[in-house]
Each structure stands twice: as C-alpha cells, then as structure tokens.
Design a protein around this ligand. Structure first.
Ligand SMILES: Nc1ncnc2c1ncn2[C@@H]1O[C@H](COP(=O)(O)OP(=O)(O)OP(=O)(O)O)[C@@H](O)[C@H]1O
Ligand SMILES: [Mg+2]
Length: 270
C-alpha cells in the first residue's frame, strides 16, 4: 500500500505559501488502478515525484509498503518498488539497442547475467513489441519507443507503476494500443497503476479517479461517480467521453436523460 498522509509540498521548502500540493491524503492499494486528473499545474506530477522519493514532503509523510520516502535507508528499495514512465520516451532510454535498454535497469538491480536475454525477451513479449534485441532504439517509432520504456520498467517487476502522461506524444491509435497493453500486462503480472492523463477516455476502466485542483484533492471516486460530475470535470479542462458529453448537453436543454444513458435509454429517447 502507498499511503499519503497529510502531505503538503513546496519546491521552495518550508515557510512558503506557494504550495504545489496541500493537505493531500490518499491511499493506493496493491493492484489498484488509480487515475490522477486535473488542470495544468494542479500537482499531479509533483505527487508522482513524491511517491518514488525523487522529492519528499515538506509536511506529512509518504510511505510505500511501510517504508517512509524520507528515510534515506529506504530509498533504494522504494525506487525499485515504484517505477515511473514519463511523457517523452527519449528522455528515459539509456541503451543504443533495445536489448541494452532493458538490460541496463536489470543489471542495476543485480539480475543474473545469464538470464538477461530471456528476461528481455519476456518483457518485449509482455508489451507486444516483436523486435530483435539488437534493433537500434533510434529506429523505433514513437509508439514503439514508449512500449520499450514500458518493457524496461516492467522487466523490473514493480509493485507500483506511475505513468505520467505517457501517452501524450502518441497518436490516438498508438495511445489506445498502449492502454490495452498496460491492461494485458497487468493480467499477466499484477501491479498497481497510478495513471496521470488529460484524456478521460483512457481511464473509464480505472478503479478510482482522483481530481486535483490547485494542489488539493477536489474530488475522488469511481469513474461512475465522477463522470456524474460532468460540469466539474469540464471546468478542470477534461473532455468527457462523447456519449456523456451529448447526454450532458441534452440534459441542460431540459431533456430527461440520465447522466450515462445505456443503449436502451438512447434507443427509447431517439
Ligand atoms: N521543478 C519545479 N520547480 C518549481 N515549481 C514547480 C516545479 N515543477 C512544478 N512546479 C510548480 O508546482 C505546481 C504543480 O505542478 P505540477 O507539475 O505538479 O502540475 P501537473 O498537475 O503535473 O501539471 P501538468 O498537467 O501541466 O503536467 C505548479 O504551480 C508548478 O508551476
Ligand atoms: Mg505533470
């Protein structure tokens, strides 16, 4: 379990009134899929950096499976347990070839040398990237590079995986493929996901959505619960899935539809 208790965070340290995060309380269970949503600058990336100890809270405490991120003795274990995939795959690739890229992280955690190649193949298969290990990273497409970034962290068997706008540089087809692969990988090897995005349609299957505004949690609930809050989501710059958007406009025009009509309701109304 990741536990975020009364956390406030400022990049300029204590004694400031510029808070990137303010009074945040949130638990993330093993194997849970939690989406972090909110406008630009609302604190999502700052929170993700607190979760794997790149930064630590100005106030409050973050623990990962009982270890505090403020404890220097725990940081290596926490960074192994909580992995991050960022927005730009090119900032996270360290190898010239696909094989080197995956092996780098594995070598860092002392993976047995004789098993590196088998583990690399396993990770490539897990993310559905059927390329040779000696393929040059520079020759991969954007979508393939992001799959490689995913393979490189999944090879390390993280218990918690943070995806910070990992799909934002992909086209809609590659984006959908990436999300599908993530779900498939979790079926093969369960892990928790902390998914940061501006695209609501990517997280309609999440366990919980957490909406941030100005560093605070503004709303939290299941997708079903939060999607009822159409106006709040839109005020936070999130575009509702098409069916929801249509239902919301029709409701505003006085048409008695539910917030999330199913096919039967649409048919009746039409
Ligand atoms: N490295 C930094 N140094 C100082 N302030 C920062 C830094 N990174 C972010 N901030 C500030 O912290 C606040 C929260 O920013 P953060 O990047 O966490 O938001 P975000 O929700 O991830 O936004 P986006 O959707 O644009 O990625 C903002 O006011 C931002 O300007
Ligand atoms: Mg961000």
């Amino acid at each position: 379990m990741i536990s975020i208790q009364s956390v406030s965070f400022s990049y300029t340290g204590a004694g400031t009134n510029e808070w990137a995060l303010r009074d945040v309380d949130l638990d993330i269970a093993p194997n849970e899929f939690v989406a972090l949503l909110g406008p630009n600058g609302s604190g999502k990336s700052s929170l993700s950096r607190l979760l794997n100890g790149i930064e630590w809270p100005t106030e409050g405490i973050v623990t990962v499976d009982g270890l505090s991120t403020a404890d220097p003795a725990a940081i290596a274990a926490i960074r192994r347990t909580v992995q991050i995939v960022f927005q730009n795959p090119e900032n996270q690739q360290v190898g010239v070839t696909v094989g080197e890229d995956i092996a780098f992280g594995l070598s860092n955690i002392g993976w047995p040398q004789h098993d590196l190649s088998a583990r690399t193949k396993w990770a490539l298969q897990l993310v559905d990237l059927p390329v040779d290990e000696d393929r040059l990273v520079a020759h991969l497409s954007g979508g393939e590079k992001q799959k490689l970034a995913l393979a490189s962290v999944l090879a390390l068997s993280p218990r918690y995986l943070i995806l910070d706008e990992s799909t934002s540089m992909l086209d809609p087809i590659a984006r959908k493929q990436f999300v599908d692969i993530l779900h498939a990988a979790r079926r093969e090897q369960p892990f928790a996901v902390i998914y940061i995005t501006h695209h609501l349609e990517e997280v309609v299957n999440a366990d919980r959505l957490v909406l941030f505004e100005k560093g605070r949690i503004r709303a939290i609930g299941t997708p079903e619960q939060l999607l009822q809050e159409g106006e709040l989501l839109e005020a936070c710059g999130l575009e509702l899935p098409f069916g929801r958007r249509l239902a919301l406009s029709l409701r505003k025009a006085g048409i008695p539809l539910s917030a999330s009509p199913d096919l039967e309701e649409w048919r009746r109304w039409l």
